[in-house]
Design a protein around this ligand. Structure first.
Ligand code: HEM
Length: 420
């Protein structure tokens, strides 16, 4: 286990012992929460001692954290009490920045979007994307240097997810990296690797550029009968979704949802299999274990660490009284490590019997619409990887994403070993 796993996230530059620090001192907004697996000890303690935990005094104000599996499920599946009307992040949007996305809407407005998008994410439609994804995956893998150290995040995880997004949007392939930049601006308050905050004005300017670009694409496609993601988000199927703030919000939603999540699952799988080499050997020897390995990757990595809800009414949860208007964070990253549901929860086990219970895609009305596409990308990637290489060996520690919302990696140095 990592040396930092038993230390708390840094406060005033010091590391404190999670086990002995006052529970009120735990800061779940610290962008280093997921670095070096700090979260394991933090959430173990919260689940054991204060599973519905109120944190005061953060930059984002007070908020509740729901850390046990059953409580997370109860909140996620009760949209009437725990509303999605506000942004999914703990931080509120700055005044005057009016964007809205259907992830942050309640039924019935939410349902209209969901219905319009369903055909694009159906099992049948997603299956039609497999050949293109496989061809691109092969091209990416065949260009990798064997026996040399390179960054897995940059050369594989970002390449594959940005290709899939550009396909969905029918966005120019050569410009796909702009999608990644906009995604980083949308969710990473602390997008700089030194943890310093980017100025909101700079983030906003980038997001406005994103709106201008997609508005241009939308206008170009107006009047046609196209079913790419931009056209559906602009016009729906027979419906009109014309508010610019909603259009930008939903474009950003798609960029972030389809990008950071899958990207970090692709990287997380490599990290996990290197930390649990017996599982790697078993997977190499028995491909029938692949579907379980992919699902376990989603559980173990939990790339979306939490979703925020807002209490619509006064309510009770875990013996705590939550008042209308208060923020409630559903910590999937913690529920997925709840030992009352998942045996030996910090271990990566590719044949975990109840892995389908993982919370990583949510379970309520907002359950991830892109989960089949994420599953497809990981399955195809691992099929092609196992065909070519004996191992993707990690040769250094990952650099972690400075975010508490996205649990992921900025860089991962690896070396490939060709199949013998
Ligand atoms: C919603 C996770 C991949 C599109 C969500 C939610 C989670 C999630 C946790 C919210 C659930 C809730 O609030 O109850 C993930 C993970 C992924 C992934 C872990 C990959 C490993 C994708 C992909 C796409 C996508 C590839 C599309 C390109 C969406 C959309 C929503 C969503 C549009 C909003 C659905 C709604 O509000 O009804 N996802 N996602 N996701 N996801 Fe994913």
């Amino acid at each position: 286990m990592n040396a930092l796993a038993h230390t708390a996230i840094p406060a005033d530059g010091r590391y404190a012992d999670v086990a002995s620090m006052p529970i009120e001192a735990i800061d779940l907004t610290c962008p280093r929460l997921f670095h070096d697996d700090n979260h394991e000890a933090v959430f173990d303690r919260l689940r054991a001692e204060d599973p519905v935990h109120l944190q005061h005094g953060s930059d984002s104000g007070a908020f509740w954290s729901v850390t046990r599996y059953d409580d997370a499920m109860a909140v996620d599946t009760n949209h009437k009490v725990f509303s999605s009307r506000d942004i999914s992040l703990v931080e509120d949007m700055p005044e005057g920045f009016d964007i809205s996305m259907f992830l942050a809407m309640d039924p019935p407005r939410h349902t209209a979007y969901r219905e319009a998008l369903k055909p694009l994410f159906s099992a049948i439609h997603v299956a039609t994307l497999e050949d293109g994804i496989r061809a691109r995956t092969r091209a990416i893998l065949d260009e990798l240097p064997v026996g040399e150290t390179f960054d897995w995040v940059e050369r594989v995880s970002i390449e594959l997810t940005s290709f899939v997004l550009s396909t969905l949007f029918d966005f120019p392939f050569e410009e796909r990296h702009r999608l990644i930049e906009w995604s980083d601006r949308a969710v990473l308050k602390n997008a700089r690797e030194d943890g310093a905050s980017l100025r909101w004005e700079d983030r906003q300017a980038d997001l406005m550029e994103c709106l201008r670009e997609f508005t241009r694409i939308k206008d170009e496609r107006a009047g046609g009968d196209r079913s790419d993601l931009v056209s559906v988000l602009a016009h729906g199927h027979g419906q009109k979704f014309l508010r610019p703030s909603e259009f930008l919000g939903n474009i950003l939603l798609m960029i972030v949802a389809g990008n950071d999540t899958t990207r970090n699952s692709i990287t997380g799988g490599v990290v996990a299999l290197n930390r649990f080499p017996d599982e790697y050997r078993r997977l190499r020897d028995d491909r029938s274990l692949l579907a379980g390995a992919v699902a376990e990757t989603f559980r173990w990595q939990s790339p979306v660490a939490y979703m925020r809800r807002t209490a619509a009414f006064d309510t009770q949860l875990g013996g705590k009284r939550i008042r209308a208007g208060e923020k409630v964070l559903i910590w999937y990253a913690s529920g997925n490590r709840d030992a009352s549901v998942f045996d030996d929860p910090h271990a990566f086990r590719i044949d975990r019997k109840n892995v389908a219970k993982h919370l990583s895609f949510g379970f309520g009305v907002h359950r991830c619409i892109g989960l089949r596409l994420a599953d497809l990308q990981l399955r195809v990637l691992w099929e092609e990887l196992l065909d070519r290489f004996d191992a993707v060996e990690t040769v250094g520690e990952p650099t972690y994403t400075p975010s508490t919302f996205i649990k992921g990696y900025s860089h991962l140095p690896v070396r490939l070993h060709r199949r013998t």
